[in-house]
Design a protein around this ligand. Structure first.
Ligand SMILES: Cc1cc2nc3c(=O)[nH]c(=O)nc-3n(C[C@H](O)[C@H](O)[C@H](O)COP(=O)(O)OP(=O)(O)OC[C@H]3O[C@@H](n4cnc5c(N)ncnc54)[C@H](O)[C@@H]3O)c2cc1C
Length: 292
């Protein structure tokens, strides 16, 4: 049976929210459509109204405000790649983006779509949470800002209220003393992650790690923060990082994993790789910080 939906094209954030209020649960936001199209084709989702956010220019930007990085929800994965040279946070996010999809798909797939689809293996989730990112949401009642770590509440489930839209991602304290790295295992370049790990370290003027974020992907229904691994890293000198600390933190990270076995990988493989990938990410961060 042929299925139809009405295509709506707002030009402002307020107009997009008004449309969602007017058309209710039968309306869905559409960003790049790279997840939505597949879900619709497979009849996993159905909707009568498609609210295309592509023509809302105020949602597409990547900019610095002091030491705060702001990424609009409609910034594409390719935009992240193109801005890689701007600073250390974008270097890591650009590198992550280059692991995802193909170049063609990256020009339409958005940051907001990746986070809103809330797949446990979404690649941008671990590095953004590890950086301490917050997400700004807007609904008919106004704006609110929540930690990105609280945004995903289950597989493909977010904390978005009815009629709310994601506006932007806010990454704090971006400087040359920040280093981040994301590593994943996937079968092919267009595959999603079987397991992944992101690390973000911020050091102080004495070259000591002041703040650490370690976040694991695809080993639980949502990304998992590994505070025990983070505690191993905080207070450690840059030199110590390479001397056993990275390995110790990797081992702690794997204890936080809640991996399952499925047709793509076994629980044991995923858990073991969590440790390896975390260690790899820490060593990469140490290299970056060592150069600055
Ligand atoms: C061939 C292929 C390869 C892929 N490879 C990868 C990969 O390597 N890694 C990876 O993580 N993903 C991958 N994906 C998945 C997908 O491309 C990404 O998740 C992409 O970033 C989704 O963005 P989008 O703009 O296309 O989202 P859409 O499909 O438009 O939307 C996804 C969901 O988010 C909602 N949404 C979008 N924007 C907003 C907003 N601002 N506010 C509220 N809700 C919103 C939509 O309603 C929908 O529910 C792949 C997909 C394909 C088809």
């Amino acid at each position: 049976m042929t299925r139809h939906f009405e295509y709506l094209r707002p030009e402002t954030i307020d107009a997009a929210i008004d449309m969602k209020v007017d058309y209710g649960p039968q309306a869905r936001f559409w960003a790049g459509g790279t997840d939505m199209m597949l879900l619709w084709q497979r009849r996993v989702v159905d909707f009568d109204y498609c609210i295309d956010l592509t023509y809302v220019p105020s949602l597409r930007y990547i900019e610095m405000e002091g030491s705060t990085l702001r990424i609009g929800a409609m910034a594409t994965l390719d935009d992240l790649d193109l801005k890689s040279n701007l600073n250390s946070a974008l270097a890591a996010l650009g590198e992550t983006a280059r692991l995802m999809n193909t170049k063609q798909t990256r020009t339409i797939a958005t940051v907001g779509g990746n986070l809103c689809h809330a797949s446990p293996s979404a690649d941008l989730t671990p590095p953004l949470i590890a950086m301490g990112t917050q997400v700004k949401l807007q609904g008919p009642e106004g704006e609110r800002v929540i930690p990105l770590g609280d945004f995903h509440i289950g597989v493909n489930e977010t904390a978005l209220a009815d009629n709310e839209i994601v506006i932007e991602f806010i990454v704090p304290h971006v400087s040359e003393q920040l280093a981040a790295s994301y590593n994943r295992i996937a079968r092919t370049v267009v595959d999603i992650a079987l397991v992944s790990s992101a690390v973000c370290l911020r050091m102080d003027d004495t070259r000591t790690i002041r703040d650490a974020g370690v976040v694991l992907g695809a080993v639980g229904p949502t990304a998992i923060r590994a505070p025990n691994a983070e505690n191993v890293l905080i207070g450690v000198s840059l030199e110590e990082l390479a001397n056993g600390t990275a390995q110790k933190a990797g081992a702690q990270a794997s204890l936080a994993a809640r991996a399952i076995s499925d047709i793509r990988a076994s629980q044991e493989f995923r858990t073991d790789m969590t440790s390896v990938l975390t260690e790899r990410s820490i060593r990469r961060c140490a290299e970056i910080l060592g150069d600055c």
